[in-house]
Write a protein that binds this ligand. Structure first.
Ligand code: F6R
Length: 242
């Protein structure tokens, strides 16, 4: 894993944005893998600012998001569909039909998983996947214990993940208990991966990533076996890493 140290959250976003913009300039029809959560918001802000100032165009870009809650309507303000529209898509010239997020309201979740796997394959795979990391080492919604062979699948969310994400909901009880997520094998098929980490709450996970072995008990550890991963982390997230 190639490591880039950023001063703070804002710089992490700026460095990540430069990489995304460079890819889009070189490959205007690139397939971007995107994440939600607090970590990539700064990156998305930078992309929006660059779009306004420099006109970098997304009209041929395709996107696939990592995950979505099961059971929330797209219009629910906590759905990742709403999140992406609000944080990025509505501010740039991307075509809605080129953006993809798993459908957590599909009649058959099993079929939806197969559809989403096939969709990624049909797009030619992900050129650049943006990832955050959970405090327990999860990537996407792949909690500890998830098989490294997993494709897109339905998951039960860990209590710790529901608690972490409850900040966006009225109460922990309204956080869905299931989600659809790209699997570990799906993520690993990306040609390039940008792992972002910011803040002291991620310091233990980053230390574990560097020092621990590759194990399904710590999903992010598998990234050490991928040939093209860059970790962009700020000082706080790196404070326990030697
Ligand atoms: C989001 C996702 C999650 C988050 C992780 C970190 O699409 O797949 O793995 O990246 O939970 O969340 P934040 O960034 O909110 O700390």
């Amino acid at each position: 894993i190639h490591v880039i140290r950023a001063e703070n959250y804002e710089e992490m976003g700026r460095i990540a944005a430069k990489k995304v913009i460079k890819l889009i300039k070189e490959h205007p029809a690139a397939v971007l893998g995107l994440a939600t959560g607090s970590t990539p918001v700064g990156l998305y802000r930078e992309l929006i600012q660059d779009y306004r100032q420099n006109g970098t165009s997304y009209r041929s870009v395709r996107t696939v998001n990592l995950d979505e809650y099961v059971g929330l309507d797209q219009t629910d303000h906590n759905s990742y569909f709403s999140f992406m529209r609000e944080m990025l898509f509505s501010h740039i010239d991307i075509k809605e039909q080129n953006t993809n997020i798993p459908n957590g309201k599909a009649d058959s979740l099993e079929e939806e998983c197969l559809r989403y796997d096939r969709l990624i394959t049909d797009l030619g795979g992900v050129d650049l996947q943006v990832l955050g990391i959970g405090r327990n080492g999860h990537i996407g919604f792949n909690e500890p214990g998830t098989s490294f062979e997993s494709n897109v699948h339905v998951v039960q969310l860990d209590q710790s993940t529901r608690e972490a994400n409850s900040r966006f909901f009225d109460s922990i009880d309204s956080v869905p208990s299931e989600a659809l997520t790209m699997g570990i094998a799906t993520i690993l098929r990306s040609k390039e991966i940008l792992l972002l980490a910011s803040g002291a709450s991620k310091a233990e996970a980053i230390k574990q990533l560097f020092e621990g072995s590759v194990s399904e008990e710590f999903p992010a550890s598998i990234l050490k076996n991928h040939p093209n991963v860059t970790l962009i982390a700020d000082q706080d997230a790196l404070q326990l890493a030697g």
